[in-house]
Design a protein around this ligand. Structure first.
Ligand code: PGA
Length: 252
């Protein structure tokens, strides 16, 4: 799992925005700067509150860059299992509403797990195979779970895992209940890219904002590298940048 004592360790670069606006602008400028010189780059995208400002800034400040939006390829990090195509909880639907549709990304450049696939394990394998043939990811954009998860790689997830099916932990179900009214409304299983897929990304951008993430961010940066905190895999790979706001750095 890349966790032996002699394995190389890397220190992520940390950039901190003074305000919420500045956090998102930093992220958008980083995104454009790292991708604008590449041909048809492949970008992995997260769902959640954290990247909302990034997506808005990309559309507002960089929406005119048709040269970029017509050729970038986007891969959604994860998806709940078993939702019909019009369900408002679909992560893919959320990404379309918040970013892909607004930026006018062609359908052929959107790759995502089908929530309603009859066989979710086979669907995860389909994405794994797609990535094997079309990867690697040029930029993995990630959010951080308050339980240390990355995409839906929950605590205990191996650093070398492929795309797979997961049972969500109680922590993730509680965190996501905020979006859908109650824990009962949160699907209990999901498909996700594995940390093994994400670890091969050429560059990684982790976005972390808010005081509620501060304790976990401190563990990611300074605690032991362990599968108990999946996000610590970021210290086992090069080319990681973490963009935060001030509140996320406020751990004692
Ligand atoms: P959030 O979710 O951006 O809504 O905080 C992050 C995550 O749980 O991965």
């Amino acid at each position: 799992m890349g966790m032996n004592a002699t394995a190389p360790r890397f220190a992520p670069a940390v950039l901190t925005g003074e305000s919420e606006d500045n956090f998102s602008k930093l992220a958008a400028d980083f995104f454009i700067a790292r991708l604008e010189t590449l041909k048809s780059p492949l970008v992995a995208l997260p769902t959640g509150n954290t990247p909302l400002g990034l997506y808005r800034a990309l559309v507002t400040d960089h929406g005119h860059r048709r040269d970029l939006w017509d050729q970038m390829r986007f891969l959604a990090l994860d998806e709940y299992i078993g939702l019909p195509q019009n369900d408002p909880r679909l992560f893919y639907g959320w990404l379309c509403r918040e970013f892909l549709d607004r930026a006018g990304i062609p359908d052929k450049n959107r790759v995502f797990f089908q929530s309603d696939a009859a066989d979710p394990a086979a669907e995860a394998q389909r994405i794994e195979e797609w990535l094997r043939q079309n990867g690697p990811i040029d930029l993995a954009v990630l959010g951080l779970g308050t339980n240390g998860h990355i995409a839906f790689n929950e605590p205990g997830s191996g650093f070398d895992q492929p795309a797979h099916v997961v049972a969500l932990t109680a922590d993730s179900i509680t965190a996501n209940a905020g979006y859908w009214g109650s824990a009962e409304s949160v699907p209990k299983t999901a498909m996700t890219l594995g940390l093994g897929n994400l670890a091969t990304a050429r560059q990684t951008l982790l976005l972390v904002n808010g005081a509620h993430k501060a304790a976990m961010l401190a563990r990611v940066l300074h605690g032991p590298v362990t599968v108990d905190v999946p996000a610590t895999y970021l210290r086992t790979i090069p080319n990681v940048t973490i963009i935060t706001d001030r509140a996320a750095l406020s751990a004692p």
